[in-house]
Design a protein around this ligand. Sequence first.
Ligand code: SF4
Ligand code: SF4
Ligand SMILES: [Zn+2]
Length: 468
Amino acid sequence: MPERPYTYYDFTLSICSTCLRRVDAKIVFEDGRVMMLKHCPQHGFEKVLIATDIAYYKNIRNYNKPSETPLKFNTETRYGCPYDCGLCQDHEQHSCLTLVEITDRCNLTCPTCYAMSSPHYGRHRTLAEVESMLDRIVENEGEPDVVQISGGEPTLHPDFFEILDKAKARPIKHLMVNTNGIRIARDFAFAQRLASYMPDFELYLQFDSFRPDALEKLRGKDLTDVRKKALEHLNALNLSTTLVVTVQMGVNDDELGAIIDFALQQRCVRGVTFQPVQVAGRNENFDPALHRITLTDVRRKILEQTSVFQPNDLIPVPCNPDALAMGYALKLSDQVFPLTRYIDPALLLDNSRNTIVYEQDEVLKERMLDIFSTGISVDRVEENMKQLLCCLPQVQAPGLTYDNLFRIIIMRFIDAYDFDVRAIKKSCVHIVHKDGRIIPFETMNLFYRDDKEYYLKTLQQERLSPVL
Ligand code: SF4
Ligand code: SF4
Ligand SMILES: [Zn+2]
């Protein structure tokens, strides 16, 4: 019989990358890669690269755990996912991290900016608006794990410190500020004031490359000196910092190992978050559906480019395993001990088995599960990590603190090409909309920003009375 050139693996729903209407999609394995095949009645057939590591992709399914929901949902499930955000009743994960965009303005105009920020775009949110957004997060989450003050560039907001005070006055476990570091580099007194918000406070600092030409491409500007000066200030203050690397194929994907090695040398740096991004077709030969950098590419490149981590150190995060991979290491003076490898991932979630090679195995298992279950919430990690270390007799490390933890995260955001309704329901990085809805980061950028909502209404209407 005639044979197909692929192996059929799964069925899901996606959206057409042109009209954003919901379409059926198949997941298939072809030439060692995971592909999505979908068809829009109006715009035809699409084939999209999803992952370049079939074994890892299949393994994602082993990291599912019961969903944790928010205390309340904000919208009805009416039009079908992803047109009901949110969060609607149908969502399968609460907000592990919620972004509050306090301004549209930025002192850069990065070509990669999803929010289209610039010095003149949009406006700052008023203090009252920001407070009501913070209140909405607290209503939904009770004690939110991580709230990230973002923008635009949040440090430009005239009431920036007042906003931090307002956030700190609420029961938020861990507060982060997402920044390009320009203000921190230029003004040490500003950095000092930021440091006064510790503990449970951390910076998410843009850090993409050591090469001026790559920075020009990603940020529109050579920011080498800004990065250097910002880190100098943050190291002096030991202000907890995560370096955030936007990874673009052919631009900086050969620097991932060097960035990790550099990060390990910085006193203030607690980890690196890698975010693969796609560029829309600027080049006619560039097909954004097939020439994509996937989570598995980033993971493979990290493993190839650094000797610190092995494959069993970078594993899916159960709260949102399609989008997040994570690895922990201990930083002890000039030595690094990867931790994730000490756990057999097959045992991590398998309740039916109880033989594990370590002493106090049940405790160890529980602790690791706890750590990974909290996803990107870092506040509970220190406590868990201390307890975990009791279970690893070979690591002698008294007096450990959060400073000793080093964390690698790969955070991949679904776009219109690789959109998968199965996976989006587990999205756990959310944005609080100015009208109070809590919206997954990915669907926000596709449907719920001001310039997109008009079109969304059309799609919603069609769902109620489909055009034949
Ligand atoms: S992504 Fe989540 S909140 Fe949005 S429509 Fe789907 S289930 Fe609802
Ligand atoms: S620094 Fe951030 S907010 Fe500003 S333009 Fe660049 S990506 Fe956008
Ligand atoms: Zn279409």
